[in-house]
Design a protein around this ligand. Structure first.
Ligand code: G3I
Ligand code: 9MR
Ligand code: ZN
Length: 538
């Protein structure tokens, strides 16, 4: 029997708001439900009376509230005619394992080094992609080894990398308690100072530094000319090609390196200086760069493009972040000029505005108080829109029916982060609750009833588009699936989804469906940041 009761399979902290969704299509009346201990003892009865006509899922939903259940333990929910929910736990540390698994993914995506058996298990491999890479259109070869494989493929791309490190740095800064629990899969790394979590971020930053050309610009990406088959990374032996520099890569790097320079200042002054110099150089290079229409793959290269026609939001983030770190007037002027034209938002690989907003409103150097207020007001306006989506959606998702695009789960996570921002600005728990609902959606309270994080919860996605997982026939743990994408952009999505499939159900849990079920480092980082931020407040 298919599921009709939906909860966060990874569970709840004791004092979190706890909502359960019923798929009441064809029934359409309030639902009496029971919360039971795993041994069958009933601990709570309630009625789900809040109705939602849900266009994203093409369902009628009823929503129940069992927040009163706070005692640690394992539970499930039943209702007449609805069967049983997945089991879930309530407890103070229910997300520790989620955080650990989702964070360990970065280590397992490491490129340019061997992943030893003791750390990688069946995903262990020899050092991969270590040959010098040729700069596109030249005979020049340089060493750009290192960093994380982007996703289910083995490309390494600067814009999403900058976003991933920024999010992990926020996770670290905002929740030292949780990030200090993190243990690398490689026990040898656990001795690194100040922490294995920071060491993992440094692994990516070290690679990003190598992607900076002597003129300060950042190469957009490095990959083979096309995607390889489902092989392990050390089996991909095609020539590596470095694609030309782009404004987005250069600006994103400048910003992420400035942020990192602050974060590593205390623990590693030398690394912090290196980052500071590289960041400033990139920024100066960026100021005189233009790239009409954004980066486009050269004709021979067909790997991930990460094209982005608008680079203003990347310049905006860079200016704010460099100002926050270095305090030079020029950065301030640049940011204030851009912000006077438009206040940008976005925590994605393409829309970076919110990173800029965060930097500016938390900056220790003098800022324009009026502008800071306008930015905050605009952040709240965005959060209010997201709250209204969350309240009307049967599953508490912040997306509307047209929002289920490639990587929809990223946008759910980022919306959660926007909501958290609003909570920090106002202290109003309605924002925090709505942010937490985005987490619950990703971990099981969604129309598919799937935990979108592999090997977590009771019923997680099993066949993500990820080469090491596909090669081994078993999904690596702790990877966030891209989630429903209603446009049917790969063969399996076309074949397996019917015309009537609802947007929020347009996912195919099969290895080949890259548009609905791939994984990436920057989808994981968004989940890690959301988790770290939301959990520390509750
Ligand atoms: O921006 C438009 C929006 O205005 C419109 O409403 C919406 C409707 O479809 O589309 C939006 O554009 C989407 C774009 O991402 C921006 O986010 C496209 O539809 C969508 O196809 C595109 O997907 C990207 C995909 O590559 C294809 O380019 C994903 O965001 C991006 O995460 C993904 O990245 C790939 C790498 O190329 C290779 N490595 C794996 C990685 C994940 O699949
Ligand atoms: O595996 C690739 C994945 O990482 C990308 O996101 C996706 C879209 O660019 O492409 C995948 O590669 C497919 C290619 O585009 C078409 N042939 C099949 C490949 C997957 O097996
Ligand atoms: Zn590699």
């Amino acid at each position: 029997m298919y599921k009709r009761i939906f909860i966060n399979q990874c569970g709840y902290l004791p004092y979190m708001e706890k909502l359960v969704t019923f798929n009441s299509t064809g029934i359409d009346k309030p639902v009496s439900f029971n919360v039971l201990k795993s041994d069958g003892a009933s601990v709570y009865s309630g009625t789900a009376a809040k109705r939602s006509d849900n266009p994203s899922a093409k369902e009628i939903n009823y929503i129940g509230d069992f927040s009163e259940v706070t005692a640690p333990g394992r539970y499930y929910i039943t209702a007449d005619g609805y069967g049983e929910s997945d089991t879930f736990e309530i407890g103070a540390d229910v997300y520790n394992d989620v955080f650990q698994k989702a964070s360990a993914f970065f280590y397992l995506q490491r490129c340019g080094c061997a992943i030893p058996k003791r750390a990688g298990g069946i995903y262990s491999h020899g050092a991969c992609h270590t040959e010098p890479a040729v700069v596109y259109g030249s005979n020049r070869k340089i060493d750009v080894s290192g960093g994380w494989h982007d996703a289910g493929d083995y490309g390494r791309y600067i814009a999403p990398a900058a976003m991933a490190v920024a999010q992990l740095m926020y996770a670290y800064e905002e929740n030292k308690k949780l990030s200090s629990l993190y243990l690398s899969p490689d026990s040898e790394i656990n001795d690194t100072k100040p922490s294995p979590f920071l060491d993992e971020i440094k692994y990516e930053l070290d690679w990003m530094l190598k992607m900076q050309d002597s003129d300060g610009k950042l190469f957009h990406k490095v990959s083979c000319r096309s995607f390889c088959g489902f092989i392990m990374p050390d089996m991909e032996k095609e020539e590596l090609v470095i694609s030309p520099a782009s404004v987005t890569a250069t600006a994103d790097f400048a910003a992420a390196a400035a942020m990192a320079s602050r974060l590593y200042r205390e623990a590693d002054a030398e690394f912090s200086d290196t980052l500071a110099n590289a960041s400033k150089q990139a920024y100066q290079a960026m100021r005189s760069m233009t790239l009409e229409g954004g980066f486009k793959n050269p004709p021979e290269i067909s790997t991930g493009e990460y094209g982005d026609a608008c680079d203003t939001d990347e310049r905006y983030w860079a200016a704010a972040e460099l100002y926050k770190t270095f305090g030079d007037e020029q950065y301030r002027k640049d940011f204030e000029q851009l912000a006077s034209e438009k206040i940008y938002h976005g925590y994605g690989w393409e829309d970076m505005g919110s990173y800029g907003n965060r930097a500016y409103i938390t900056c220790g150097y003098p800022v324009d108080a009026g502008l800071a207020e306008r930015i905050k007001a605009s952040m709240l306006e965005l959060a209010d829109r997201l709250i209204s989506n969350t309240l009307s959606d049967g599953y508490g998702a912040s997306l509307t029916a047209d929002g289920y695009i490639w990587g929809s789960n990223l946008y759910v996570a980022c919306n959660g982060i926007h909501l958290y921002d609003a909570y920090k600005l106002t202290n109003d728990t309605k924002y925090l609750n709505a942010a937490a609902q985005q987490l619950h959606y990703l971990l099981g309270r969604n129309p598919m009833g799937l935990c979108y994080l592999t090997d977590c919860g009771t019923d997680a996605v099993k066949h993500p588009h990820h080469r090491p997982s596909g090669f081994n026939g078993r999904a690596m743990a702790g990877m966030l699936s891209g989630g429903p994408c209603s446009a049917r952009l790969d063969e399996l999505a076309k074949q397996m989804l019917s015309e009537n499939t609802a947007p929020a159900k347009a996912i195919v849990d099969m290895t080949g469906s890259y548009s609905t079920n791939e994984v990436t480092v920057y989808w994981n980082s968004a989940l890690v940041q959301l988790l770290a931020e939301v959990v520390q407040m509750l």
